[in-house]
Structures are given as structure tokens and as C-alpha cells.
Design a binder for this molecule. Structure first.
Ligand code: RIB
Length: 302
């Protein structure tokens, strides 16, 4: 099995649950509060570790208790953490509100994640060299993401970009991406095109393919996902499950795809595996607290 390197964010999630997410200017009474290890990069790495992937993380935390706790959580998920370094600032945090139907609203304050620089990628070059797949997201600086993807491609690695939170991307960055994995909202931002109807979704997806992406996987929540590659366009359905909390569902799906590809599975098999991982994740609360084990995924029948 090939090694996977995650370049990305680590956040401590401060999670309030309640009946519904407040509207602007409103105060609502919540029901529970929890502190849970999160961050899109760390969630993806932890998901892979729990799925028995061989995974290393490159990232930055602050010199505080949250930073220590996040490194510890990754180590417990069997993620290699020697390239998670510290900056003299506070660790990234995410303020998350989860409402009764499992949907959430998130504000991320990047903190130390903003200090992950191209020099940190150079310092961790040996880890990238020994990996087969490099995956990143957009919660660390764009220069660093671009640098990491370029270096990974130069070293002959397979690259995955989960473009979350989404912004318009430069062609220079997209050209170094093999697998692009937005959700439908992110695809609308990336392409500058609407994605509400099936026709709009496919047109926006094709516009991204024309920019040089090799495989596009658009996650559609309870509607499954749309995959486009050189073999055409296919839709995959999701399992019907009762969502408790959708936080980290996209992260665990990405983790599932990466682990399956690293194990040599086909794209179709990887999507099938990742769909199970996502379905199990939404049935539990929190980010890293909701990630399934390999045994749970292998035993899942929908
Ligand atoms: O994708 C979920 C993650 O987004 C949370 O864990 C939070 O930290 C934010 O980064």
C-alpha cells in the first residue's frame, strides 16, 4: 500500500448543538457544547489512519494546549505527526453550530494554520518523497497549497485537492491537481457557474475539466456524487441514513478515496468505499469523534 501525505489544517472545534442555527442578529439557546479535534486536513488524515492507511500530516499548530491535544489526537489515529510543527501563536479554532437535522454553520479562525509556509513544505520534502499520494485543502495559505501541489507533481506523486473552503483557483494551481473533490456549492464558486440543476452541475463540472483537472468528484451530500474523468460522467448514489451531524463527512469521504486509491483500488471501488465512510461519519457527532474504523466500514451494508 502506498503512503499518503496530508498537507493541511488542524483546528480545535468548539461545537454547540441546538434546534437550529441562528439567523443574523438572533440569539438562540443551545443544548450541548463540546471541544472536538477537527480541521479539514487533520480530519482527512485521522480518517485515513482509522481506515488503516499509511498516512503522514504536514501542518502547523500553536504553542498552546489545543495544539498539543490535536497532535495527540492524530497520533491516536495512527497518523505520523513529525511534520506537524509549532508557531508562536494560537492554534486554529472552528466555531461550529449544529442544528437538529445535522446541518452546520462553521467559522474558522486559522491561527497557526496561516503560518504554514512553503519553507515548511521544503522541510518535510522527505515525507512527500516517500508518499504516493499528496492531498491538500484550502484552510492553509494558497501559496503553500500551490507550492505543495507543484512539488508533489514534480516528484511524480498523485495529487488530490479538496477545494474547501472554496475560492476561485488560479490555472497554475489547477494544472497540478489530478483529483479535484468539491461539493456542489464549492463547484459553483470554483467555476463561477450555477450548479442547481443537473444540467448546470454537469456544465460547471465540464468547465473545470477543461482547465486541466484529470478526475473531478463532486460530492452531493445525500444525493451521492458525480464523477467525471476520461471515461465520461457517472453518478453514484449515497446510502440512506439518518444524519446526526454532517461535520467532517466531506473530509472522511476524501480520506476514504485516498486510502482506497493507495491500496490500488479502481476509482469506482474507491468511490464505493468512500461513500460508506461518509455514511458512517454523518451518523455520529463531531469531526474526528465521528470517523469510522476500517472494521466498521468493511462491515457496513447500508
Ligand atoms: O470539515 C469540517 C471541518 O471544517 C471542521 O472540523 C472545522 O475545523 C473546519 O475546518
Amino acid at each position: 500500500m502506498g503512503k499518503i501525505c496530508v498537507v493541511g489544517s488542524l483546528n480545535m472545534d468548539l461545537v454547540a448543538t441546538g434546534k437550529r442555527i441562528p439567523v443574523v442578529g438572533e440569539t438562540v439557546l443551545g443544548e450541548t457544547f463540546k471541544q472536538v479535534p477537527g480541521g479539514k486536513g487533520a480530519n482527512q488524515a485521522a480518517a485515513m489512519g482509522r481506515l488503516h492507511g499509511d498516512v503522514a500530516m504536514i501542518g502547523k499548530v500553536g504553542e498552546d494546549a489545543f495544539g498539543e491535544a490535536l497532535i495527540q489526537a492524530l497520533a491516536e489515529a495512527k497518523v505520523e505527526t513529525k511534520d506537524v510543527t509549532k508557531a508562536p501563536t494560537s492554534t486554529g479554532i472552528a466555531l461550529i453550530t449544529v442544528q437538529a437535522d445535522g446541518d452546520n454553520a462553521i467559522v474558522v479562525v486559522p491561527g497557526a494554520n496561516a503560518e504554514l509556509k512553503p519553507a515548511d513544505i521544503d522541510a518535510a520534502k522527505a515525507t512527500i518523497e516517500e508518499s504516493e499520494i499528496v492531498i491538500t485543502q484550502l484552510e492553509t495559505p494558497m501559496d503553500t497549497v500551490t507550492y505543495a501541489l507543484k512539488l508533489a507533481k514534480k516528484l511524480g506523486k498523485v495529487t488530490i485537492l479538496n477545494p474547501a473552503p472554496a475560492v476561485r483557483l488560479k490555472d497554475e494551481l489547477i494544472q497540478n491537481v489530478d483529483y479535484l473533490t468539491p461539493n456542489e456549492t464549492e463547484l459553483a464558486i470554483l467555476s463561477g457557474m450555477p450548479t442547481e440543476s443537473q444540467e448546470e452541475l454537469e456544465a460547471a463540472a465540464k468547465a473545470m475539466m477543461n482547465k486541466g483537472v484529470k478526475v473531478l468528484i463532486v460530492t452531493l451530500g445525500s444525493k451521492g456524487c458525480l464523477v467525471i474523468d476520461e471515461n465520461g460522467t457517472r453518478q453514484f448514489s449515497a446510502f440512506k441514513v439518518k444524519a446526526v451531524d454532517t461535520t467532517a463527512a466531506g473530509d472522511s469521504f476524501n480520506g476514504g478515496v485516498a486510502v482506497a486509491l493507495a491500496e490500488g483500488k479502481s476509482l469506482e471501488e474507491a468511490i464505493g468505499f468512500a461513500t460508506k465512510v461518509g455514511a458512517l461519519t454523518v451518523q455520529k457527532a463531531g469531526a474526528q469523534s465521528s470517523l469510522p474504523t476500517r472494521e466498521e466500514v468493511d462491515g457496513f451494508r447500508g
